[in-house]
Design a protein around this ligand. Structure first.
Ligand SMILES: *Cc1c(COP(=O)(O)O)cnc(C)c1O
Length: 365
C-alpha cells in the first residue's frame, strides 16, 4: 500500500491505461463470454452494493434471485426445482458433486464424466476426494452412453452429461444417460453451463433438462449466452430438499443457515441476469440464438470453401475446424485435439464473421 493515497485523476489515468491493454470483444472469437446486454449493465449498476450472502438485509434483491431461479427452473421444465445463483459453472459443478456425494455415502466414491468435460470437474474431484472415471466419446464428440454405463459401479455417486460441450458445442445423449441413471439409481448432473441458454431456444430443442426423469441437477450460466454481467451462474436441483445436505449454521446473519459455497455473494449480476431474461423474453432469446446459429453455419460453410473442414457439425454455436492457424489480429482457441475453435457469441456478428473469413482467405492466398 502507498503511505499517502493517490490523487483520483492519476489513479484513473492509470486504470484507463490498464484497461486499454485489454482486448476489445470485436476480434475475440475464443470466449464464451460477451459484452453484457445494456439492460444487464444498467441493472448491475443499480445493485452494486447488494450482498446475497445476508439476504435478510436485501430482501428485494433476494426476491430477484428467487425470480431468476424460478424463470430458469421453468425454462428447464421443472418450475419447482430448487436453486441458487452461483458464481458460474465451476461453482455449480462443485456443488452438484457435493450434493451427489452426500446422497450416497460410500467408502471410495467415484464419478463418471465425459472425456469432453470442462476442467472444473478436475477441481471438483480434487476438492471432494472423488475418483474421476472418464468415458470416451463417439465420432461426433458426444459421450458414449454405453461406455458410461459400463463404468458405473456400486461406488459411483454421480454421472455427468454435457449440454453444449465447451470445446465442440455438442449435446451428449442426455436421454440415454437419464435412462442409465434411473436403471442404476445414480445421480445425474447435466452441465448446461453454456448450452442451457442456447438449446431451449433452438428451432428443434434437443432434450437435456428436467423433462427427462433421470436428470437430478443442472448448471446453467447467464454470464455466457445469457448476456449477463459476470459472475452469474445457476445451479438447479430437481428435489429442492437435497440442498439441505449442504446447509451450515450461520449464527450472526439474518438467515440461520446457508447452502451456498460462497459467503458474500453479488446481487448485482443476479439482478442483471434476471433483467436480460425479463427484457428479452422467449422471443428475444430465440432471436439472439437464431442469429448465433445462423452465423455458426455461415462460418462453417465459409471455412470449408477455404479448405478448412469442420471437425463436426455442432449442436450449439461453437465451430471447430481441421486447421490451426488464424490470421493476425484474431483470437481463436485450439481444442485439446488440436482443432481451431470459434465461439459464435452475440458479439460475433455476421460482419465479424465475414471480416474473419476475408482475412482467412487472404492468408491462404
Ligand atoms: C464455461 C463452462 C464451465 C465453467 O463455467 P465458469 O462460469 O467459467 O465457472 C463449465 N462447464 C461448461 C460446459 C462450460 O462451458
Amino acid at each position: 500500500m502507498r503511505e499517502q493515497g493517490c490523487p483520483e485523476g492519476d489513479l484513473f489515468s492509470f486504470l484507463s491505461l490498464q484497461r486499454k491493454k485489454d482486448l476489445g470483444y470485436r476480434n475475440i472469437l475464443s470466449s464464451m463470454c460477451t459484452p453484457p446486454h445494456p439492460v444487464a449493465a444498467r441493472a448491475h449498476a443499480m445493485f452494486l452494493e447488494t450482498n446475497l450472502g445476508d439476504p435478510g438485509l436485501f430482501p428485494g434483491t433476494a426476491e430477484l434471485e428467487e425470480l431468476l431461479v424460478r424463470r430458469l427452473a421453468t425454462l428447464m421444465h421443472h418450475p419447482k426445482a430448487g436453486g441458487y445463483a452461483t458464481s458460474g459453472g465451476t461453482e455449480s459443478n462443485i456443488q452438484a458433486f457435493r450434493i451427489a456425494k452426500k446422497q450416497k455415502p460410500v467408502e471410495s466414491p467415484n464419478v463418471v464424466v465425459p472425456a469432453s468435460s470442462h476442467f472444473s470437474f478436475l477441481k471438483a474431484c480434487d476438492i471432494l476426494g472423488l475418483a474421476m472415471r472418464t468415458a470416451p466419446l463417439d465420432t461426433h464428440f458426444r459421450v458414449d452412453a454405453e461406455a458410461v454405463e459400463s463404468l458405473v459401479d456400486k461406488d459411483t455417486v454421480c454421472i455427468v452429461g454435457i449440454a453444449g460441450t465447451t470445446e465442440y458445442g455438442m449435446v451428449d445423449p442426455i436421454a440415454h444417460l437419464a435412462d442409465v441413471a434411473l436403471d442404476r439409481d445414480v445421480f445425474l448432473h447435466v452441465d448446461a453451463a453454456f448450452g442451457g441458454m442456447v438449446v431451449p431456444f433452438l428451432d428443434r430443442p434437443i432434450p437435456f433438462d428436467f423433462h427427462l426423469p433421470g436428470v437430478d441437477s443442472l448448471s446453467v450460466d447467464p454470464h455466457k449466452m445469457g448476456m449477463s454481467t459476470i459472475p452469474a451462474g445457476c445451479l438447479l436441483v430437481r428435489n429442492p430438499e437435497q440442498f439441505s445436505c449442504l446447509n451450515v449454521d450461520t449464527p450472526y446473519l439474518t438467515v440461520k443457515r446457508e447452502c451456498t459455497l460462497a459467503g458474500t455473494r453479488p446481487g448485482a449480476s443476479v439482478a442483471a441476469a434476471f433483467a436480460v431474461l425479463e427484457y428479452l423474453g422467449m422471443d428475444g432469446m430465440r432471436a439472439v440464438v437464431a442469429g448465433c446459429m445462423e452465423n455458426t453455419r455461415r462460418l462453417v460453410e465459409g471455412m470449408e470453401t477455404l479448405g478448412c473442414e469442420r471437425a463436426v457439425t455442432p449442436d450449439v454455436n461453437v465451430a471447430t475446424f481441421s486447421c490451426s492457424r488464424a490470421p493476425a489480429g484474431w483470437r481463436v482457441s485450439t481444442t485439446r485435439a488440436g482443432h481451431m475453435r470459434v465461439v459464435c457469441m452475440p458479439h460475433v456478428t455476421r460482419d465479424v464473421i465475414e471480416a474473419f473469413l476475408k482475412d482467412m482467405s487472404d492468408m491462404h492466398a
